[in-house]
Design a protein around this ligand. Structure first.
Ligand SMILES: Nc1ncnc2c1ncn2[C@@H]1O[C@H](COP(=O)(O)OP(=O)(O)OP(=O)(O)O)[C@@H](O)[C@H]1O
Length: 235
């Protein structure tokens, strides 16, 4: 059987002395979408950071069949739009083009091919006409779509999203959901952290209830049951 896109076995993650995740064991098959659900402080963002190689970890983690650091060029991350400075001096098109820098190299100029990929990514999130608008002048939902387009422009095999539906209007939410479905159709694997159970159900075929460790893992129908849910929410 082919190795999964993401495998954790007995994974722990910590910030210095502070251990946040222990004994996390899970597997996300290629082309699946996994929702990470759990209370505030459960370690959802930390697990995402672990996949990006940004926190200290113990145990085993394989990303796209490799160590997280070696898989990094094929992993893209969508941050929460409201954590970014709205005064960021770049247009929507320029932000999306940043998604190409890993393949362009920071010191080289983007080629026509890169500009075409960036333009197509912006089009996929329904913002082709807003390429020249300053990022900070867009609505929160539009900014979130631009950040998703930036990640798509990197042509990732694994896409990570941290609370990308927060503060997002319903039209943008629909666009994000449709874009994620389109990415899955081309076998992109997705892992997203969310507090929104209905969106998790729509966007994902797997759900992980996380609270310091994995409390439940399975399909949305299996996991989003009151008994699992209350158990996961209590310390
Ligand atoms: N840089 C850091 N240094 C020390 N502790 C941290 C750091 N980042 C997060 N933590 C702690 O790790 C724990 C898990 O945080 P994390 O952000 O992963 O949770 P989360 O499930 O994403 O929460 P939320 O839903 O509130 O975003 C929290 O107790 C948090 O205070």
């Amino acid at each position: 059987m082919a190795e999964a896109a993401l495998t954790c076995e007995g994974l722990s993650a910590s910030y210095g002395q502070r251990i946040v995740l222990t004994n996390v064991t899970l597997s996300v098959p290629y082309g699946s979408a996994l929702a990470l659900i759990g209370p505030n402080g459960a370690g959802k963002s930390t697990l995402i950071k672990a996949v990006l190689g940004l926190v200290e970890t113990g145990g085993l983690m394989r990303v796209l069949g490799r160590d997280p650091a070696r898989a990094r060029p094929e992993v893209a991350y969508v941050p929460q739009a409201d954590t970014l400075d709205a005064a960021f001096p770049a247009t929507a098109g320029e932000v999306v083009l940043m998604g190409r820098y890993r393949s362009i190299g920071w010191l080289r100029r983007p080629r026509r091919h890169d500009r075409e990929i960036a333009a197509s990514a912006l089009d996929r999130v329904g913002l082709a006409t807003r390429a020249k608008d300053r990022f900070g002048t867009l609505s929160m939902g539009q900014r979130q779509r631009v950040l998703l387009a930036r990640a798509i422009a990197a042509e990732p095999r694994l896409l990570l999203l941290d609370e990308s539906f927060n503060g997002v209007d319903s039209a943008s939410q629909e666009t994000i959901l449709e874009t994620l479905a389109g990415l899955r159709a081309i076998s992109t694997t997705i892992m997203l952290a969310t507090h929104d159970l209905a969106l998790a159900r729509r966007a994902c075929d797997l759900v992980c209830l996380l609270n310091g460790t994995v409390r439940a893992l399975g399909t949305p129908d299996q996991v989003l049951q009151p008994e699992h849910f209350y158990q996961a929410m209590t310390p």
